[in-house]
Design a protein around this ligand. Structure first.
Ligand code: MG
Length: 380
C-alpha cells in the first residue's frame, strides 16, 4: 500500500466517493447540516453510514422483530413483521437510490428509521394509544420515532438519543407532518423511501393475504394490475403450481412498480437538471409512479383495504389487542411506580400520561400481552 499525505490509497474516502458517483441533485454528505451535538468526522464511514449503524444497534430497532406489520403472530410465522417490512423497504429504496444516483447511505438510514416508532399491534395499537392520549396531544408513530431517536435511546455518555444527522431527522419530521420540515420539501432520498414503503407493503400484503388464506388469487384478479400481471405470467409459464404463482406474482408486482418509478424518475430528472439537492426539494417534482401505474396502484390499495385490512378475522384480533392496550394504559396511569425507573423519572419532564404512552409504545406485542396477563388487564 502506498501512502499519500499520511493516508493509505486503499482507504475509502466517503465524500470523495460521493462526489464521483452521486448525481448533483443527490444529498452529498459534505453538504450536511451536521448533528445537534457536533462530532468529529469518522475516517471511513460517511455521516449517513454512521446514522444507519446507530439505528441498527439501538434497542427500538431490534424490537421491531416483535411488532406486527398487518398480521399478528397468532396467524403463523410466514408473514412480515415490522422488522422484515423495514428491511424490504430499505432494499427497494436502495435499488431506486442507486439507479438514480442518489445517496444510498442516507436512504438506508431513513428507511431503517421510518417505522421505528410503531407501538405494539401496528396501526390498531397506534389508534388505541392515540385515543388514550387524545387530551394530551395524541400519539403518532412517526412522531414517536423522533422521540426515540432524540430522547429515549440512550447509548452515549455525551448526549441523549442517537445524535443523528439533521437530514435523517428532518426526513422523519416530514413523515410526522412537522410544518417547517414539510415546507422545506423532502429531499429526493426522502421521496425514494416514501415510494419504496408503498411499493413494499402493496406487494407483501398481497403475498401474506393469499398465503394466510384471507383472499384467493382469483379474487385478487379483479384488480386490473394483478390481472394483467397474472396474464403475462401465465403466458410465460402456463403451468405454475399455486405457491410459485403467488411468489412470481409478488416478484413481478415489485418489479413493475420499481421499474416504472426508476424509468419515470430518470427521465424527469434528466429534464429538470437540478444543480443540487436543494433545488430538487424546492421544485414541484416528486419521485413517484407514472400516472397510469398510480391509478392501478390505487385500485390495488382499495382492494387491500376493503378485503384484507378490514377482514373480519383481522378486525377481531385488532379489537382485542386495542382493548388490552387501553386497559394497560389505564393501569399504569394508576400505578406509574410499576414502570421502569427511567419512565417514572420521565413523568416530571413530559407528564404522567405521556410517560405511560412512551413506555407502552416501546413494547413488543408479546411483552405487552405478558404485562396484560401479569396485571390482569383487558381480559373478559
Ligand atoms: Mg413502513
Amino acid at each position: 500500500m502506498s501512502r499519500v499525505g499520511g493516508e493509505t490509497r486503499n482507504r475509502f474516502h466517503p465524500s470523495l466517493w460521493e462526489s464521483q458517483y452521486l448525481a448533483p441533485y443527490a444529498m452529498h454528505s459534505s453538504q450536511s447540516r451536521g448533528r445537534r451535538y457536533p462530532e468529529p468526522p469518522h475516517p471511513y464511514r460517511s455521516p449517513y453510514q454512521r446514522d444507519r449503524d446507530r439505528i441498527i444497534h439501538c434497542a427500538a430497532f431490534r424490537r421491531l422483530s416483535g411488532k406486527m406489520q398487518v398480521f399478528t403472530g397468532e396467524l403463523g410465522d410466514y408473514h412480515r413483521t415490522r422488522l422484515t417490512h423495514t428491511f424490504e423497504v430499505a432494499g427497494i429504496a436502495r435499488t431506486i437510490g442507486r439507479a438514480l444516483r442518489l445517496n444510498e447511505d442516507l436512504i438506508e438510514a431513513l428507511a431503517l428509521l421510518h417505522d421505528i416508532g410503531h407501538p405494539p399491534f401496528g396501526h390498531a395499537g397506534e389508534d388505541a394509544l392515540n385515543e388514550c392520549l387524545e387530551p394530551w396531544g395524541g400519539f403518532s408513530h412517526n412522531r414517536f420515532a423522533l422521540t426515540l431517536a432524540e430522547e429515549l435511546e440512550h447509548r452515549y455518555h455525551d448526549f441523549p438519543g442517537l445524535n443523528l444527522t439533521w437530514e435523517v431527522l428532518e426526513g422523519q419530521a416530514i413523515r410526522a407532518g412537522d410544518e417547517a420540515a414539510v415546507r422545506s420539501g423532502p429531499l429526493l432520498e426522502v421521496q425514494a423511501v416514501e415510494a419504496a414503503d408503498s411499493i413494499t407493503y402493496n406487494a407483501h400484503d398481497t403475498d401474506d393475504a393469499i398465503k394466510l388464506g384471507l383472499v384467493r388469487i382469483e379474487e385478487l384478479a379483479e384488480v386490473p394490475l394483478i390481472r394483467s400481471l397474472l396474464e403475462t405470467i401465465r403466458q410465460r409459464r402456463p403451468a405454475l403450481p399455486p405457491a410459485l404463482l403467488r411468489k412470481t406474482l409478488v416478484h413481478d408486482l415489485i418489479d413493475v412498480q420499481v421499474t416504472d418509478l426508476i424509468e419515470r424518475g430518470a427521465a424527469e430528472l434528466e429534464r429538470w437538471r437540478f444543480p443540487d439537492a436543494q433545488a430538487a426539494r424546492k421544485s414541484p417534482f416528486r419521485l413517484g409512479p407514472s400516472p397510469s401505474l398510480a391509478a392501478q396502484k390505487a385500485e390495488l390499495e382499495r382492494f387491500l383495504s376493503e378485503r384484507v385490512y378490514r377482514h373480519p378475522q383481522l378486525l377481531a384480533v385488532r379489537a382485542k389487542a386495542q382493548k388490552r392496550l387501553r386497559a394497560l394504559f389505564q393501569f399504569f396511569v394508576r400505578h406509574p411506580q410499576l414502570m421502569p425507573e427511567r419512565f417514572v423519572a420521565r413523568i416530571e419532564q413530559v407528564g404522567l400520561q405521556r410517560a405511560v404512552g412512551d413506555y407502552l409504545a416501546g413494547m413488543t406485542d408479546r411483552y405487552c400481552d405478558e404485562q396484560c396477563r401479569r396485571y390482569g388487564c383487558g381480559e373478559g
